[in-house]
Design a protein around this ligand. Structure first.
Ligand SMILES: Cc1cc2nc3c(=O)[nH]c(=O)nc-3n(C[C@H](O)[C@H](O)[C@H](O)COP(=O)(O)O)c2cc1C
Length: 167
């Protein structure tokens, strides 16, 4: 495995909020979700399921859930990572977040763009829309072929983040 290209992949992923009006082939979606299965989870419980929403009217409803969900409006596809709290009561949100970032990095590796859409303030609404009972929607991901290449938003300096801990 070449290490530098892997770091390059991590550094070049951006949140993409504008998409071309071109469908994403099913086999690519399956490859991405296949990678997501390998995300780490506490005790390897893998409490997640991956919903694939292609229906335009459903995507439109999800895009109006809150004002930051707008990128979904033009996305050909919405993925929803849902986790079962009963399977991993302490860590389900962290486990779902790990699967989400695996999805976003796999999408980037395949030339697709994505953005994480927050769900945690609107759990009951999303549960109703997707007919979920116990499962919690941990994230939604707008996915598609990028129609923009945003510059990286500013990052805190490493020197301000680094804490050397002496014994
Ligand atoms: C937990 C979480 C929730 C987010 N929610 C939204 C959202 O609702 N809408 C949106 O447009 N971007 C959302 N983002 C994307 C962030 O705004 C974005 O990751 C951040 O600005 C850094 O930009 P980058 O992803 O291009 O590095 C979310 C990201 C995370 C990790």
């Amino acid at each position: 495995m070449e290490l530098e290209p892997c770091l390059e992949l991590l550094l070049t992923r951006r949140s993409v909020r504008k998409f071309r009006d071109v469908p994403v082939p099913d086999d690519l979606v399956r490859r991405i979700l296949d990678v997501a299965r390998y995300a780490p989870s506490a005790k390897n419980r893998q409490p997640w399921r991956f919903f694939v929403v292609r229906d335009r009217s459903l995507i439109r409803i999800l895009s109006s859930i809150h004002r930051w969900a707008k990128p979904l409006e033009r996305a050909p596809l919405c993925l929803v990572v849902v986790c079962d709290r009963r399977e991993a009561p302490i860590s389900y949100q962290l486990d779902g977040a790990n699967a989400t970032i695996y999805i976003m990095l796999a999408a980037h590796a395949l030339g697709l763009g994505s953005v994480w859409i927050q769900t945690l303030r609107d759990i009951p609404k999303i549960q109703r829309i997707l007919h979920l009972e116990e499962e919690i929607p941990v994230s939604m991901i707008a996915l598609g072929w990028p129609a923009e290449s945003p510059s990286p938003p500013p990052r805190k300096e490493l020197k301000d983040l680094l804490v050397e801990v002496d014994g």
